[in-house]
Design a binder for this molecule. Structure first.
Ligand SMILES: Cc1ncc(COP(=O)(O)O)c(C=O)c1O
Length: 390
């Protein structure tokens, strides 16, 4: 049966970060599996919402329509069973910007911030480039899945540690943290009085048997110490439009962050994003379900393909996100050799794990949010080139 996600979208020549940027750098037109966005056709309700804005024929300043907080609070309760007040929600263009600003506002120079590795590297950069110290808690790999080392986590915290930066679900290892794991994180945060910044941008993209729990929804203490960062941008694939929901129930904390956003010049949203958020949360749930199924099928396709054809590449068990994490240590290649092999021989643009911090070396990250046929063609070339190495 045909699926709208099978339709190939030409992204070259659109100033696309995933396809054009590496092409401009290397001059190679190859298939890119790096930057975390999807190659799919945008959902129709989103397109309709954008056409409506175009029809205004005027793109002056906009103000934050109250539909934003209504739509976000509706979705959080409807989809995640997370009850919040409309006043708890702040708008920020990007989660990355919000986190960088919050690090500056809520900590001092040389304070420590806990992050989990291997992890989404900009978070590490926001910490160290703002002259704070990143304390990396390296996730433990056991039975082909990753877990938090709670004992170590507890022992790593000092009086200088102020924030725990959680990514939930975790990019890149694809863990959807269980309620029990999140509660343990909460106990440690309470014991050491830490603020939790929970980056939940991948929270809708869970596989069938897994459920995401917003950590702030689990008890009152967690609600008051957590800043939840969420957005439509990953789940509905509109990251270029820039709009995120920063949810802070603790009034003091929220006022500080609100003030910090203002101080740093964050202001009104662009004219497209609020109508798009409305379309995503109110009209795109079917699109999301189809997309989640497609992504999980891509993951299963990759898993079967590797198991049958390329035993040297071992796919880590995933519970969500579209970012496959693959152990390639059996190839016995250096980072440079891996990069060269994939880009020049296989013609696949991937991310090597080294950029993801502790525990990343010897792994690659592959973005599976693409047409299955394209993935299949790339894997066939990969098999051929690995066969040549044997
Ligand atoms: C964990 C995580 N946080 C944040 C982002 C980016 O969000 P934004 O574009 O809103 O900064 C990504 C994108 O890949 C991500 O994986």
């Amino acid at each position: 049966m045909s699926n709208e996600l099978d339709v190939f979208v030409e992204r070259y020549g659109t100033d696309c970060a995933k396809w054009d940027e590496p092409y401009w750098e290397t001059g190679q037109k190859i298939d890119y599996y790096g930057v975390a966005d999807m190659d799919f056709v945008t959902a129709k309700p989103i397109m309709d919402a954008m056409y409506k804005v175009l029809e205004r024929k005027n793109f002056g300043y906009t103000i934050l329509n109250k539909s934003f907080t209504e739509d976000v609070s509706y979705w959080m309760e409807h989809y995640h069973n997370f009850k919040i007040e409309k006043e708890d929600i702040l708008f920020a263009p990007r989660i990355g910007m919000a986190i960088a600003i919050m690090i500056n506002e809520l900590t001092e120079i040389n304070d420590e911030i806990l992050i989990f590795s291997p992890g989404y590297s900009p978070l590490h950069d926001f910490v160290v480039k703002n002259n704070r110290i990143a304390i990396e808690n390296e996730l433990i790999k056991k039975d082909n899945k990753y877990y938090i080392d709670f004992e170590k986590l507890d022992s790593q915290i000092t009086t200088k540690t102020k924030i725990m930066l959680l990514v939930s679900p975790h990019n890149p290892v694809g863990r959807v943290w269980t309620k029990e794991e999140l509660l343990k994180i909460g106990e440690i945060a309470k014991k050491h009085n830490l603020i939790i910044i929970s980056d939940e941008v991948h929270s809708e993209l869970t596989f069938k048997n897994y459920r995401h729990y917003p950590i702030a929804s689990l008890n009152d203490d967690l609600k008051s110490r957590t800043i939840t960062c969420n957005s439509v941008t990953k789940a509905f694939n509109v990251p270029g439009l820039m709009g995120s929901n920063i949810i802070i129930s603790n009034e003091n904390l929220r006022n500080k962050v609100k003030d910090a956003f203002y101080k740093m010049g964050l202001h009104n949203p662009n004219p497209f994003i609020i109508p798009v958020i409305n379309a995503c949360y109110r009209e795109c749930e079917d699109w999301l379900l189809n997309t989640k199924n497609y992504l999980e099928e891509n993951y299963n396709f990759l898993k079967n393909y590797l198991e049958e054809n390329i035993k040297e590449l071992k796919l880590v068990d995933s519970e969500g996100t579209y970012l496959a994490w693959i152990d390639i240590r059996d190839l016995n290649m250096t980072r440079e050799e891996v990069e060269k092999f994939f880009s020049e021989k296989v013609k696949m643009g991937i991310y090597t794990g080294d950029g993801f911090g502790l525990g990343g070396s010897g792994f690659i990250r592959l973005n599976l949010a693409t047409q299955r046929e394209r993935l299949k063609e790339s894997l066939e070339v990969l098999k051929e080139k690995i066969d040549e190495l044997r």
